[in-house]
Design a protein around this ligand. Structure first.
Ligand code: FAD
Ligand code: FES
Length: 503
């Protein structure tokens, strides 16, 4: 039971990804999380002769990577100006260098596979706020050595006028499941084991290394690498530094005779829109539209966000018809830059990567390069700033703001947990009510009645109903649960407790 979300186009059209039935007894390195960061790390280390086991709680690509919009681009909306503002010019240049190396590495692996298509990337504005953001981004690109071109009003292939745009030719759009298939095929050729439905549940130290616990069995390793989106063992209190951001992605068929825009687009306006094309299951060209990010658990009406993407698309491309929709989330560090380094404790034997802020097609691969380097005590020079958790003044202010709203959300949830989400005509009902002191989350979806604890198993937030996806989402740090309490993603690693059938 995975809520209401449809399978992403990528997972629907995924090539077969072969995996291994058995978990080995030991490995030199255990990598946890089979998204892009885990797959790339596994390939890099196994190709250098390490015995690697990759563990995945669900299926390969089941979370952000398999649900991404998957643009492999050095032009990244307004990210470079954010890195500059948060961390300064030296870190900005290191960020760009890591991303360039990552793009080259991935393209080399994908050559001839059909998983990558070259496109011009555009960041565009349709008003003064966006124009100002583009001017700042253009200056950051110049500092970073990325030769993006800033232009005023003009035609960039969209069916509406833009007031300014930044463009960078020869970027790529990916089929992310085909990418995972290719990387893992190569990793298994180098002897790596890839095991699905195998969640890391605990880690213990012993003299020579680590003991890894999973529901299948325990195994031993010298080094553990967490590529789980939100790091699964939160020894660095990542929850205080990471903010989740969730977003819908919708695919549309355009009327006969109307071609979707050729490039890859992202708006710098206050309401973002992300566009690219993709092939449907029968080979037709579809338009993908993403946008309207929100913090999971903090939006009272997620179905309305999905509807607003529909309205925008059908106004902009008359006759467009929706073929499917899905949603995904990614995490941003308070200091605005990704983390790729050692986590506290375990004698330095645990590494992690996170905080790709919706630019993980390059950053997850850059993280793999950094982590594989750390594993051999020889990280690339550009990776140094990303191994540090320091926030700086700007990041500290961001962290205080984020944690104040988390604390307020926690208090609000416990003081006033009761919520009722009326049947919107689809037979779906959900409510939270107190039974004794425990708030209980009750739902009826497709006739199935569930009652589970409304208390998030991460740090005790009270979950909220996600009306579009029909899931229980925690407003504190973005953990998400199916109506039957099964943990789907985020920092929580345990299911919501069962509370019997609702009255
Ligand atoms: C809507 C959206 C659009 C995006 N578009 C772009 C884009 O156009 N370009 C771009 O560069 N980036 C984009 N991104 C970002 C990019 O997709 C992500 O940064 C990247 O896919 C993250 O990869 P990952 O390997 O870190 O995480 P994931 O792909 O989420 O992989 C983590 C895996 O860990 C597993 N896991 C978790 N806990 C455990 C455990 N205890 N044991 C075992 N396994 C576990 C999960 O099941 C999951 O499969 C987008 C993100 C979103 C949300
Ligand atoms: S995600 Fe942290 S308390 Fe729920």
């Amino acid at each position: 039971m995975d809520g209401n979300r449809e399978r992403s186009l990528w997972r629907e059209t995924s090539p077969l990804i072969e995996t291994d039935a058995d978990l080995p007894i030991d490995a030199d390195v255990v990598v946890v999380g089979a998204g892009l960061a885990g797959a790339a790390t596994t390939l890099m280390l196994s190709s250098r002769g390490h015995r690697v086991a990759l563990l995945e709680a669900h299926r390969v690509g089941a979370r952000t990577t398999g649900d991404s919009t998957a643009k492999l681009s050095l032009l990244q909306g307004t990210t470079l100006s954010a890195v500059l503002e948060g961390s300064g010019p030296a870190t900005l240049r290191a960020y760009a260098q890591g991303n360039e190396h990552a793009q080259l590495w991935l393209r080399d692996r994908l050559h001839g596979t059909g998983a990558e298509e070259r496109r011009t990337a555009y960041t565009y504005a349709t008003g003064p706020e966006g124009d100002e953001a583009l001017r700042r981004e253009s200056a950051a690109c110049a500092l970073a050595g990325i030769s993006a071109r800033l232009e005023g009003p003009g035609d960039i292939g969209l069916p509406f006028p833009v007031t300014s745009s930044l463009s960078l030719p020869d970027q790529s759009q990916l089929h992310p499941m085909a990418v995972l298939a290719q990387l893992l095929r190569d990793a298994r050729r180098h002897g790596a084991a890839v095991v699905e439905n195998c969640r890391l549940t605990a880690v213990h130290d012993e003299a020579e290394g680590l003991v890894i616990e999973t529901p299948r069995r325990t195994m031993r390793t010298r080094l553990l690498i967490l590529t789980t989106g939100f790091p699964a063992l939160d020894r660095n209190a990542f929850f205080a530094q990471l903010t989740p951001s969730r977003q819908f992605v919708v695919s549309y068929r355009l009327p006969d005779g109307i071609d979707p825009p050729e490039g890859m687009y992202l708006s710098a306006d206050p309401v973002t829109r992300s566009l690219r094309t993709a092939r449907g299951a029968d080979g037709e060209t579809l338009l993908l539209v993403g946008g309207d990010s929100y913090v999971p658990g903090r939006d009272p009406e997620t179905a309305e966000r999905l509807a607003s993407i529909d309205r925008w698309t059908t106004e902009t491309f008359p006759g467009a018809s929706r073929t499917r929709w899905w949603a995904a989330q990614d995490y941003r560090m308070a200091n605005g830059r990704p983390f790729m380094g050692r986590v506290a404790g375990h004698a330095g034997r645990v590494l992690a990567a996170t905080g790709f802020a919706k630019w993980g097609m390059t950053n997850a691969v850059a993280a793999a390069m950094a982590l594989a380097g750390h594993a051999e005590d020889d990280p690339p020079a550009w990776a140094a700033p990303f191994a540090e958790l320091s926030t700086g003044r700007h990041g500290a202010a961001e962290m205080v703001k984020a944690n104040a709203s988390v604390a307020a959300g926690l208090a609000r949830g416990w003081v006033n947990p009761e919520q009722s989400y009326p049947d919107a005509g689809d037979g779906v009902r959900a409510r939270i009510r107190r039974r004794g002191i425990t708030p209980v989350a009750e739902s009826q979806v497709d006739g199935r009645v569930c009652a589970v604890s409304a208390v998030c198993t991460h740090l005790g937030g009270i979950v909220r109903w996600n009306s579009a996806e029909r899931t229980w989402d925690c407003p504190l740090h973005g953990s998400r649960f199916a109506p039957d309490g099964k943990v789907l993603e985020g920092p929580a690693q345990r299911n919501l407790a069962q509370k019997g059938r609702s009255a």
